[in-house]
Write a protein that binds this ligand. Structure first.
Ligand code: PAF
Length: 287
């Protein structure tokens, strides 16, 4: 596996590999089984003759003041071993100075999607994500890129940006990977105190219940209240948001479910901010 620190070096290698299909998996490192499942999907899409490129970059511009940029877990040597074992062809792991020029003036923003849901809790977050993903797409010029569905709104932001800016890149969403007790895999899980780690699967349990209740004809508002009450009953959880949105458009829903809806959860356990989501279905879809 080749490791590249500079844009020019990774571009030179990719020029050599083309026209083989290139599939990119952008990450912020501290890889877990969830990331490795993205690498496997990327390999499937790339095929035997294609190349899988992972990027590892803890992107400062998507963290707000007071957020966990400094304490975000990092272990590059371990990440490289895991990627090598997955048969990833190359990793692009630049320093911030290689990516951001102090004179840069251009940002990428999905104007509406960036302001709702997590965008309200983390102003500027999706601008940072859209800008870094655009830069990675311009550096690597992949045919396809793989992102996890745990970051449901991030995936929507990226799909919207790709559509709006005519980027000729296939975006592949990968299913959430969970620990045995249901907790969605996240690089942040290692920072949970043992008591918080024991409490955090309440997110998945609330989603399991909601999934069972969704086809009963319950309204979205009542489902939302049920999920919120379930989370608030866990004393270690500081509930940040519980939302039910149309799964295709992220538009708010309140009445009886007629189409697939996504339940989006955000909660802090101690200093650790966790998110989770589930797409739920009504008994009968009304078109
Ligand atoms: O999902 C992540 O790890 C990050 O938001 C991403 C897409 C790598 C951009 O920094």
């Amino acid at each position: 596996m080749e490791v590249f620190r500079s844009k020019s070096a990774v571009r030179a290698q990719l020029a050599d590999w083309r026209p083989a299909p290139i599939v990119l998996v952008p990450t912020m490192g501290f890889l877990h089984e969830g990331h490795l499942s993205l690498m496997r999907l990327a390999r499937e899409r790339a095929g035997a003759s294609g190349r899988v490129v992972a990027s590892i970059f803890v992107n400062p511009t998507q963290f707000g003041p007071g957020e966990d940029f400094d304490s975000y877990p990092r272990d590059e040597a371990r990440d490289f071993d895991l990627l090598r074992a997955e048969g990833v062809d190359a990793v692009f792991a630049p320093e911030a100075g290689e990516i951001y020029d102090s004179k840069a003036q251009t940002i990428v923003e999905t104007t509406e999607l960036a302001k709702i849901l997590i965008g309200k809790l983390r102003p500027g977050h999706f601008r940072g994500v859209a800008t870094i993903v655009t830069k990675l797409f311009n550096i690597i010029r992949p045919d396809a890129a793989v992102f996890g569905q745990k970051d449901f709104q991030q995936l929507a932001v990226i799909r919207t940006m790709v559509r709006d800016l005519d980027m000729d890149i296939e975006i592949i969403g990968a299913p959430i990977q969970r620990e045995a007790d249901g907790l969605a895999m996240s690089s942040r899980n290692v920072r949970l105190l043992p008591e918080d780690r024991a409490a955090a699967p309440v997110l998945a349990r609330a989603l399991d219940e909601a999934e069972t209740m969704a086809p009963t004809g319950i309204t979205a508002s009542r489902l939302r209240s049920h999920v919120r009450a379930r989370l608030e009953a866990e004393p270690r959880a500081r509930v940040q948001s519980v939302d039910i949105r149309d799964a295709a458009t992220l538009a708010p829903v309140s009445g009886p479910l007629t189409r697939p809806a996504v339940i989006l959860l955000a909660a802090s356990f101690g200093q650790v901010f966790l998110i989770d989501n589930r797409v739920v279905h009504p008994a009968q879809e009304v078109s």
